[in-house]
Design a protein around this ligand. Structure first.
Ligand code: SAH
Ligand code: SF4
Length: 368
């Protein structure tokens, strides 16, 4: 079967060309053609010897997931739906801001972790995305969005906050991250690439060693009793272990901090007492808090905390000297806000069937 060149990170591409009896610099040239210039055909790689191009045309291919739909919100947020085959589709969101353009990328078709407040989780899980499908989202978005008048790419930041838990698709995610950071590919700095995890402790250690990009941790509750309910993976990796892993992560990146994401759920995790518990957590790990007003989806059982409640909650954290931001809800008119991404997932975890049996179908798309 032909090798998909978008599946290869810089090291794998070097190994591939060595196997063809080619010099290392060929891999760098091809990397630039693929990711810097967005070539979709080896025929375009004009500084590569014709004999090699002919060989690649037979042995290799360049295949990114195709765009199925492309919608723009009234606030400029743009959502792409990509087909990844067998009836599965994933979503990628571009969020323009005054000083940056952030692309939110998916790592899996669905998610197996089933956090109580997440639309992706409610859809169940089909499979991990390949490296080509992960980096292909950035590759395609760059084609669609282009460059600014200065010649810089419109996408300046990447966050792995789309569908799926990136750290349970470790190898493919790390390969894609390496492409994002490589100067011959996307050349993004370590701090402009963020992985968001619900707290897969052993994989956090591995990420620190393999590719220590900025880390966001989905905290959502300040104690184990509540976190067990909201983020079920907490039963496996409870808070004490999670916070210790955060501290170890920062050893590799001492000037950094962890961003704790905290979804604001009315009457569930948003009291003054919860905020004070978060202050205690912040004393243990250099961090900032990012409060995310809950984004509803069909049949969600939660309500968003009121704006006043969120302000009061943030005030408690900020009065304790903790940097706290509240995420602006973007793109909710096209279901592109955090936690609303659904795509299409052929559930293999049988979650939908279990939910149906319980008389509790929580997502319109999976039942189609
Ligand atoms: N699986 C990873 C990354 C994807 S989710 C993780 O859980 O971190 C990206 C962020 O959106 C996470 O912090 C997630 O908890 C949050 N989120 C999920 N559902 C949400 C919802 N309905 N409203 C607001 N934020 C949500
Ligand atoms: Fe998966 Fe993250 Fe959603 Fe939890 S919040 S179900 S880990 S995508």
């Amino acid at each position: 079967m032909a090798v998909n060149l978008l599946d290869l990170d810089p090291e794998a591409l070097t190994t591939y060309f060595a196997g063809l009896g080619e010099k290392t610099f060929r891999a760098k040239q091809v990397l630039r053609w693929l990711h810097h210039f967005g070539a979709d055909d080896v025929g375009q790689m004009t500084d590569i010897a014709r004999s090699l191009r002919e060989k690649l045309a037979v042995e290799a291919c360049i295949v990114a997931p195709p765009v199925v739909s492309d919608k723009t919100s009234h606030d400029g947020t743009r959502k792409f739906l990509f087909s990844v085959g067998s009836g599965n589709a994933i979503e990628t969101v571009f969020i323009p801001e005054a000083d940056r353009g952030t692309l939110c990328i998916s790592s899996q078709a669905g998610c197996a972790l089933d956090c109580a407040f997440c639309s992706t989780g409610k859809q169940g899980f089909n499979r991990n995305l390949t490296t080509a499908e992960i980096i292909g989202q950035l590759w395609q978005a760059n084609k669609a969005l282009g460059r600014d008048p200065k010649g810089d790419r419109i996408v300046s930041n990447v966050v792995m906050m789309g569908m799926g838990e990136p750290l349970t698709n470790f190898d493919n995610v790390v390969a894609a991250l390496k492409l994002m950071l490589d100067d011959n590919a996307y050349g993004l700095s370590r701090r402009r690439v963020t992985v968001s995890t619900s707290g897969i402790v052993p994989a956090m250690d591995r990420l620190r060693d393999a590719c220590p990009v900025a880390l966001a941790v989905s905290l959502h509750a300040p104690n184990d009793a509540l976190r067990d309910q909201l983020v079920p993976i907490n039963k496996k990796y409870p808070l004490k272990e999670l916070l210790a892993a955060c501290t170890r992560y920062l050893e590799k990146a001492p000037r950094d901090f962890i961003t704790f994401e905290y979804v604001m759920l009315d009457g569930v995790n948003d009291s003054d007492a919860h905020a004070r518990q978060l202050v205690e957590i912040a004393a243990q790990v250099p961090c900032k808090y990012n409060l995310i007003p809950f984004n509803p989806f069909p049949a969600a059982h939660f309500k968003r905390s009121s704006a006043d409640r969120i302000r009061r909650f943030a005030d408690i954290l900020m009065s304790a000297g903790i940097i706290t931001t509240t995420r602006k809800t973007r793109g909710d008119d096209i279901d592109a806000a955090c936690g609303q991404l659904a795509g299409q997932v052929k559930d293999k975890s049988r979650r939908v069937i279990r939910l149906q049996n319980a008389g509790n179908v929580t997502n319109r798309e999976v039942t189609q």
